[in-house]
Design a protein around this ligand. Structure first.
Ligand SMILES: CC(C)(COP(=O)(O)OP(=O)(O)OC[C@H]1O[C@@H](n2cnc3c(N)ncnc32)[C@H](O)[C@@H]1OP(=O)(O)O)[C@@H](O)C(=O)NCCC(=O)NCCS
Length: 144
């Protein structure tokens, strides 16, 4: 069963070592960078993605204190485990967490324009471009 779990002293090293393919460099930050970011920016919630006891990926979301909106800041699946549905399932699980906050009505993320794989995933989940481009990335919005 696919599940999201806290990043702790027991799994942070394995999370940091997860790898995307060389061709995917530039689409997402290194997990070690994201874990450092989460340490210093407490609104960032880093989560490990497991299939039963196998670590397959990483995601991070948070309520941005600057705009008061939820953002899914990171999503990656280790290259060994890609194209098996884990990215989609991880997105559904993180969206489930965000939707439980009755105060929120939308969630945002951004993606490199060349990331056709990510774009296909996000659009199939109902995300649509909101018209903004931030640091060269297309901003997507999902209302709920
Ligand atoms: C993008 C990413 C998270 C998708 O995770 P995944 O587990 O490989 O994807 P899934 O198996 O859940 O497939 C989700 C969708 O991606 C697309 N996809 C899957 N495998 C693909 C492939 N080999 N080539 C192109 N698109 C593909 C399909 O649209 C798929 O939808 P479907 O289920 O209707 O077929 C993963 O490829 C990844 O870690 N990429 C590098 C980091 C990255 O780009 N992160 C996103 C930053 S915005």
């Amino acid at each position: 069963m696919v599940r999201l779990a806290e990043v702790t002293a027991d799994n942070w090293y394995q999370v940091a070592k997860l790898k995307f393919a060389d061709s995917q460099k530039g689409f997402v930050a290194l997990n070690s960078f994201s874990l450092a970011q989460a340490h210093y920016m407490p609104h960032c919630m880093p989560l490990a993605v497991y299939d039963d006891d196998t670590l397959v990926g990483f995601c991070m979301y948070g309520l941005d204190p600057e705009d008061g909106q939820y953002w899914i800041m990171r999503l990656m699946v280790d290259e060994k485990f890609q194209s098996r549905g884990y990215g989609r399932k991880a997105m559904e699980l993180v969206l489930g967490i965000i939707r439980k906050d009755a105060c929120g009505h939308a969630v945002y993320l951004s993606s490199e324009p060349e990331n056709a794989w990510g774009k296909a995933l996000y659009e199939s989940l109902g995300f649509i471009p909101d018209g903004r481009v931030i640091d060269g990335e297309i901003v997507y919005k999902l209302e709920y």
